[in-house]
Every structure is written in structure tokens, then in C-alpha cells.
Design a protein around this ligand. Sequence first.
Ligand code: SAM
Ligand code: CA
Length: 229
Amino acid sequence: MTHNGLLQTEELYKYILETSVYPREHESLKEIRALTATHERSFMGTSPDSAQMMEMLLEITGAKKTLEIGVYTGYSLLLTALTIPDDGKIVAIDLSREYYEIGRPTIKKAGVEHKIDFIESQALPALDKLLEDPNNEGSFDFVFVDADKINYLKYHERVMKLVKINGIIVYDNTLWYGSVAKPEDSVPEFLKEGRISALHFNKALAADPRVKIAMAPLGDGNTICRRLY
Ligand code: SAM
Ligand code: CA
């Protein structure tokens, strides 16, 4: 046994995807992944192994009302829409409708668009607006946060009011390309800001008694939280 973590090689990640993830991936999700592959910002798409874990969480918790912050072309959104019941609802926030439109025809074709309420907006004002309606307070079963990392703590404060007690929040990219465990001077410039955000955020979450947390080193790192009170 070594202490280097489980995923020591690219080959191992490829093995996991090819053995356990891709064979179970819904055809429409494959389609969105293919559509996104040639996009200039394709690196933003949710990792299919993270998505597979979220599918499991959505199923186990019987999630019906969910929130997504950061939609891009809609991989995680479609996954959620395919998993929750037919009368389930997803509030999905992104400042770019243009990105969402790339995946929307596939979502429509999959017959799940009616579950989605897409809000084109900066996330913070959109969350504040949701909080103006008392019916939204403590009402969401599941939340996926995958937008600008610098605002994660601000999202956390709002999401904690929106998610119900025992509800689940998944934060994406909390290991930020592994940079969180590297000395600052060895990290490429373009990762530095995100690294600082992730370091602050991970520390703050670990010290937040309102949530139980589990760090899953899938994709680029997923921190799973359960609201305790
Ligand atoms: N979950 C998506 C998926 O499955 O492909 C990936 C989301 S991508 C990593 C991040 C998204 O957050 C982008 O589409 C971007 O437009 C959006 N975003 C960034 N900053 C934002 C903000 N302040 N408010 C709302 N959306 C934001
Ligand atoms: Ca992400």
C-alpha cells in the first residue's frame, strides 16, 4: 500500500471510465459529451465519473427538487433531469444561455426539458431572488455547485438556506487539478486563483458544523455535504 492516493495514473482513470462509467452512460449524455468535445471550453464539462456518483446520490435520496449553479452545455443538468421523477423540478442557473443552447436540443429530445427551469443570470442575485420566496427555503433535496470557484463560500451560505435538512450539496472541482496539494510556486499561473479559492473553501467547509462532508476524489474532486441543521 502506498499513500499516493488511488488514481496514480491516467491509465487508471481511463480504465475506470471505460470499464464502469461509459458502458452505463445514457445515450443522450454521450451525445452532449460529443457535442461539447469540440467546444473551446470543453474542459468545463462535468466528469462522467462525478456524474455517475451524483446519479447514485439523486437516486438514493429520492431527490425531486434540485438546484444547479453552473450549467454550461448541460451534462450534469441532463443527468439530473434523467434521474429525478417525471414531476421533479430543477432550477438551473448560468450567466450564459448560449452554452445551455448547445445541449438543449439533446435535452429536449430526451423528453426531460419540462423538468428544467433555466435562469440566465449571475448566480448570486438569482439565489437571493429564490430566497425572497419563503416556499424555497429548506425546500431543495439536492444542489450541485459548479460555477465560479471564487464565489463558492457565498453560494454555500445561500444554498444552506435553500437545501432542506438532510439534503445533499455537491461541490465540484474542490481539488482544482490537484493544485491544492502543491506549493504555490509550482502551480501554473492560470490555476493560482482557483487554487486559493479551493484552499479557503475546503478549510471553511471542514470547519462548518452545519454540514457533514465527504471528499470524493472523482473527476476534479467532489465534496459531498449533507445539511445537518
Ligand atoms: N455543470 C456543467 C456541466 O455539467 O457541464 C459545467 C459548468 S462550467 C464548469 C461553469 C459554468 O458556470 C459556465 O457555464 C459559466 O457560464 C457559469 N458561471 C460562471 N460564473 C458564473 C456566475 N457568477 N453566475 C452564474 N454562472 C456562472
Ligand atoms: Ca466542474
